[in-house]
Design a protein around this ligand. Structure first.
Ligand SMILES: [Zn+2]
Length: 315
């Protein structure tokens, strides 16, 4: 995914926590996270882009690629909460792709590690005296949150989870990500000197135009059911992200059936494939799932820290 897409998804995740119906036992944690985010949002663009611009671990941590081959041991087949579109779409593919295995990438590990790192840094910040040289700043912790949102979002891009090489040939992968970035840039006012969104009076990217994708997503952020669970059988961020990558892979095979690879499919033909959903639907379903996952993981990470605060009687 590209720069503005990553930053915008992070903003939408916070908007979702503010505007959607949050379960009562998470509500106060959600409110304190929104408050904290609004004080530290200015570097969202840099933070959410750090993994691509500076860290550049694309070949390993931005992907978790599966092959549909049957020669290796199958990973545990996981589930996702019922509201996930890629879960419902991916399950349709299981008729054709019954076995699969991981061939490349450690994206779930990367997300899990960042979650631990964020909680550790927040605890250190709380435990150190003001001015301590080892106390992490809020901006530092916010940057870790934005980096985390990058890796979470990448897992939802089906082609990040599919061994077929769609960055070669006509580069369908880049075409899709460019389309998402352009749709977002069309709808929001951008401060191009400083490479960031201008804000509306509520502190979110200022929407100045309409298109079907952004209008639908802005609406869905508010009305889609919000659950804090990882999905049956999943116990933590790693399990959840592993499930996301499995269904992202299966969604890829729905979007691009198994008879195709980079040698026999052009961007124009891809756009007209008859797979039961059109490209506009895929764009909506994938991006709202990504927003939901960022909101869910951020909230659970923040809640872990807040519960520690209460337990250690610091609030
Ligand atoms: Zn990436």
């Amino acid at each position: 995914m590209k720069k503005y897409t990553h930053a915008w998804l992070a903003f939408m995740a916070i908007k979702r926590l503010e505007r959607a119906e949050i379960p009562a036992n998470y509500k106060k944690h959600s409110l304190s996270l929104i408050d904290w985010f609004m004080d530290n949002r200015d570097f969202v663009m840099q933070g959410a882009w750090y993994p691509d611009a500076i860290i550049k671990d694309m070949a390993t941590s931005h992907v978790h690629k599966y092959s549909s081959g049957t020669s290796k041991v199958m990973p545990k087949r996981r589930k996702l909460p019922g509201e996930y579109n890629i879960y419902n779409i991916g399950k349709e593919t299981l008729k054709d792709i019954t076995e699969y295995h991981v061939v490349k990438g450690n994206l779930p590990d990367r997300c899990d590690a960042l979650v631990h790192s964020i909680v550790d840094n927040l605890k250190m910040q709380e435990s150190e005296q003001k001015g301590s040289p080892i106390s992490p700043t809020d901006n530092h912790v916010a940057t870790l949150f934005f980096m985390l949102s990058h890796y979470i979002a990448d897992a939802h891009m089906p082609l990040h989870c599919d061994e077929r090489r769609f960055s070669d040939g006509d580069n369908i992968h880049a075409h899709i990500e460019k389309l998402w970035d352009e749709e977002i840039k069309d709808c929001y006012e951008i401060d191009s000197d400083n490479e960031r969104f201008r804000y509306d009076k509520y502190g979110y990217p200022l929407k100045i135009a309409d298109n079907d994708l952004c209008n639908w997503l802005e609406q869905e952020v508010v009305i889609r059911k919000f659950t804090t669970g990882w999905g049956s059988g999943n116990g933590n961020t790693w399990d959840f992200m592993s499930a996301i990558t499995q269904y992202s892979f299966l969604t890829s095979y729905k979007m691009i059936p198994k008879e195709y690879d980079e040698t026999n499919l052009t961007w124009d033909d891809f756009k007209n494939l008859n797979t039961g959903y059109n490209l506009i639907d895929y764009n909506k379903y994938i991006l709202i799932d990504a927003i939901d996952s960022i909101a869910k993981i951020w909230l659970r990470t923040w809640t872990k820290y807040r519960r520690w605060l209460v337990k250690s009687a610091k609030v």
